[in-house]
Design a protein around this ligand. Structure first.
Ligand code: 5AD
Ligand code: SF4
Length: 478
């Protein structure tokens, strides 16, 4: 019998706590003795889930690169494999369990391989216990608050030949100066805040990512200036609730809208951000859409449901009417703004009438796209114990009806761009055809057009000639 209580394991109850404690800002520094540790060795990072996780994956890659490791896609070549997980829904977790099982033989073939589990799932008690009991081949578990300690964990696991498990359930600090192995040479993620204090009743994120805490504006501005100097064309500002940026500053009145306006002055061509919460989206942010040329005309604003009764049970802090009003103000400020959203169907107690209100709202707002999900129970959240009274078949039926409506919206939105000239940041060649270039428009529409590979990395004017549901086809204007 292994003693699973000897490790530093997560605790969801602890993770729920929010105190008045000040955020601690620290600087990452790689110990000199570990700077050559990975020379001649290879790493593979497998990231699942949101952009926040992708950004974390780039940080882990940066740390490993600074230790001397090189990236590889080949599992057989890898000396360390990190699985950077997502806990948002049960099916996201099931994929990871499958992956962990599949990787067992790799460890048999190469006993020196270090296999690590990190990301949001690592913050969950039941996950860590299950790994300890059933997945002996996992060497390393660390959480979202202690990525900066990765070098020490690797060293300990390597020399002591012992499992390393350390997951902090603290509210969360901020570590600056972290290296990054960015995956895209034209578009970069920039974290501006971490954590979430909204506590929507279905959501595990406030437990896995800690309290809302903002990076200093100076550090963010510096990072964006550096990215511009390196030739990046686009930054996406990241946070679980970006609109709460700055609300934790005790010594200054500086919020998300102020940040957008300051970043706009830097002159990087494109600024995007995600994710926004309707209840925190203020007039200054709306003003930034109107007055800042680099703020792109697309907003992803999760609504979750069109029924006030369901929104209340979700603890969303807004009504359908407030949401509609925010959209009205946004469209007044930026008439062509593209709007996308997230919707959960079959939340416990959702009636057919509630669901109908969601369908009506989708029609009323006329979204250009939406991510749609069936409610998934997450252990540790309040909604876990809400009575789930909707039959499986009904859940699937509602999702199907919603997707049909959402897809009609995608096509209608695409058709709006017919004969229009859009600007495309060219990212590469199309998956289907080597001679076709692909990139995203200001409104975040995927655009394909014929052109020379030398245009990759540039912003090109394209006239749309064939709008399709999921992408637009066009012709270069210059
Ligand atoms: N079940 C289903 N969907 C969820 N989301 C978050 N938590 C859950 C859950 N427990 C969805 C929300 C959120 C998006 C990132 O994932 O719509 O906006
Ligand atoms: Fe989860 Fe709600 Fe926070 Fe989004 S705003 S991360 S859905 S708790």
């Amino acid at each position: 019998m292994i003693d699973i209580d000897k490790y530093f394991k997560p605790n969801l109850k602890q993770a729920r706590k929010r105190t008045q404690a000040d955020t601690e800002y620290k600087d990452f520094q790689l110990d000199e003795r570990l700077q050559k540790f990975g020379v001649g060795k290879f790493y593979k990072i497998q990231t699942y889930g949101c952009q926040g996780n992708e950004a974390d994956g780039e940080t882990m890659g940066g740390i490993l690169r600074d230790m001397g490791y090189q990236p590889t896609e080949d599992e057989a070549q890898a000396d360390i494999i990190l699985i950077n997980t997502c806990a948002i829904r049960e099916n996201a977790e099931n994929r990871i369990w499958g992956e962990l099982g599949r990787m067992k033989p790799l460890k048999r073939r190469n006993p020196d391989l270090l296999l690590g589990l990190c990301g949001c799932m690592a913050q969950e008690e039941n996950v860590v216990n299950r790994v300890l009991e059933k997945y002996q081949h996992v060497d390393l578990i660390f959480g979202t608050h202690n990525i900066h300690l990765l070098p020490q964990y690797i060293e300990t696991a390597h020399f002591n030949k012992e499992r390393v498990i350390e997951v902090f359930s603290e509210e969360g600090n901020i570590v600056e100066n972290l290296p990054k192995a960015r995956q895209n040479p034209y578009k970069a993620w920039v974290n501006i805040m971490f954590g979430c204090d909204e506590f929507c009743t279905y959501c595990i994120v406030p437990y896995t990512r800690g309290k809302e805490r903002s990076r200093s504006k100076e550090d963010i501005i510096e990072e964006v200036k550096e990215l511009k100097a390196l030739g990046y064309q686009e930054v996406t500002l990241l946070g679980q609730n970006v609109n709460a940026y700055g609300k934790d500053f005790k010594d200054q009145d500086y919020t998300f809208g102020d940040l957008l306006m300051d970043l706009d002055k830097i002159g990087i061509p494109r600024i995007r951000f995600t994710t926004s919460h309707p209840h925190d989206l203020d007039d200054k942010t709306i003003e930034a859409f109107r007055s800042c040329p680099s703020v792109m005309p697309h907003l992803h604003l999760p609504v979750q449901s069109g029924s006030n009764a369901v929104l209340k049970k979700m603890n969303r802090h807004y009504t359908r009417e407030l949401y509609v009003d925010v959209i009205r103000k946004l469209r007044e400020a930026k008439p062509d703004i593209a709007l996308t959203t997230d919707i959960i169907v079959a939340f416990p107690t959702e009636t057919e009438a509630d669901f109908q209100m969601t369908l009506d709202l989708v029609k009323e707002i006329d979204f250009e796209g939406a991510y749609t999900f069936i409610f998934s129970k997450r252990a540790g959240t309040p909604a876990y114990s809400f009575e789930d009274n909707i039959p499986e078949s009904e859940k699937k039926e509602r999702l199907k009806r919603l997707i049909k409506l959402v897809n009609d919206g995608y096509l209608r939105a695409s058709q709006k761009y017919m004969n229009q000239v859009v600007e495309v940041l060219v990212e590469g060649v199309s998956k289907q055809d080597e001679r076709t270039l692909a990139g995203y428009s200001e409104h975040n529409k995927l655009v394909n057009f014929k052109g020379d590979k030398s245009l990759i990395g540039k912003i090109v004017k394209v006239k749309i000639t064939q709008p399709r549901t999921w992408f637009l086809i066009g012709e270069a204007c210059e």
